[in-house]
Design a protein around this ligand. Structure first.
Ligand code: GDP
Length: 299
């Protein structure tokens, strides 16, 4: 992240302005709290997370008898780090030779690109990775993941448009186990609007996975793009708990001033951020490191 933290430049501008505003204050005034709140909201930290942060900071300022803006800034960094939690690596199966990840996300969020980037990253780490094109609603989605598969030299199991996603997953599980692959990434629903259908689809897919891999799926990841931010969150929150989401990939962190969205994600959905997307190229996906992220914001 060190060399590549430029992707955060626009968000960082906001945070460092925020940092300076706070840092340069000798007195902790109402105006300081107002400025802080405004800066958090502008960085898309979101209303409820921002308010929660401010309340905790005010409490701490009183309890710890803080006198200067610099003290508040230190506390802010601590609180932001706490919100993001620890680094959360992908969970690999300990019991089965095959690990299965399901990925969901609305069309356009960067789901397919992120799956390809993730597959490539895992491949570079020495894994044998296979992809399943189980987002069968749009023909373009199937073509796109096949194209990525060719580019990164990873096999993609697919069927025709409109086929049953669970059938594609079945095929892929069979292929992966018989050919000795150790990671299968399933490109799942791109339409999250119909919550019920999605739930049914995921349940069916889960049952099939568990026939092959009893402790799977090992991750259920949702791809959300930072520019959509709070709007995406509204939708994600509705079913994150229902479907047993285990993590989030935030895409398009490059060029957005809304990097503060990361804090709203962990606070609201209660699941860790696994990766962030910082560009369109295959290498532009980095494992999310909470401490480095916060440090980069204030750099
Ligand atoms: P899907 O419909 O959710 O599968 O989305 P795609 O993977 O097709 O991505 C939609 C668009 O977003 C494409 O033009 C991608 O190149 C672009 N994209 C995906 N991730 C990122 C990212 O992290 N940064 C930027 N700048 N663009 C991205």
């Amino acid at each position: 992240v060190e060399q590549r933290s430029n992707f955060l430049s626009r968000t960082r501008q906001l945070f460092s302005r925020l940092g300076n505003t706070v840092q340069d204050t000798d007195l902790i005034t109402d105006e300081l709290w107002d400025d802080l709140t405004e800066a958090l909201l502008t960085a898309d930290v979101g209303p409820s997370t921002s308010l929660g942060l401010i309340e905790r900071l005010q409490q701490r300022a009183a309890n710890e008898q803080m006198r200067t803006g610099a003290q508040v800034q230190m506390a802010l960094r601590e609180e932001l780090s706490d919100l993001l939690g620890e680094t959360s690596p992908l969970r690999l199966s300990k019991k089965s030779p095959l690990t299965v990840f399901l990925v969901i996300g609305v069309n356009g969020s960067g789901k397919t690109t992120s799956i390809a980037k993730m597959a490539n990253l895992l491949k570079l780490q020495g894994h044998k990775v296979m992809l399943a094109a189980a987002d069968t609603f749009r023909a373009a989605a199937i073509d796109q993941i096949q194209e990525w598969g060719r580019r990164i030299d990873v096999p993609v199991i697919s069927q025709n448009q409109g086929s049953d996603p669970a059938a594609v997953v079945y095929d892929a599980l069979q292929a992966a186990t018989s050919r000795g692959y150790d990671i299968l990434i399933v490109d799942t629903a791109g339409r999250l609007q119909t919550k019920f259908n999605l739930m049914e689809e995921l349940k069916k897919i889960n049952r099939i996975i568990q026939k092959f891999v009893p402790d799977g799926p090992h991750e259920l990841l949702m791809v959300i793009d930072a520019p959509t931010g709070q709007n995406a969150l509204l939708q994600a929150r509705q079913f994150a708990a229902d479907i047993g989401l285990t993590g989030v990939i935030i895409t398009k962190m490059d060029g957005t001033a809304k990097g503060g969205f990361a804090f709203a994600v962990t606070d609201d959905l209660g699941v860790p951020i696994k990766f962030i997307g910082i560009g369109e190229k295959v290498g532009d996906l980095i494992p999310f490191e909470p401490q480095q992220f916060v440090a980069a914001l204030f750099a």
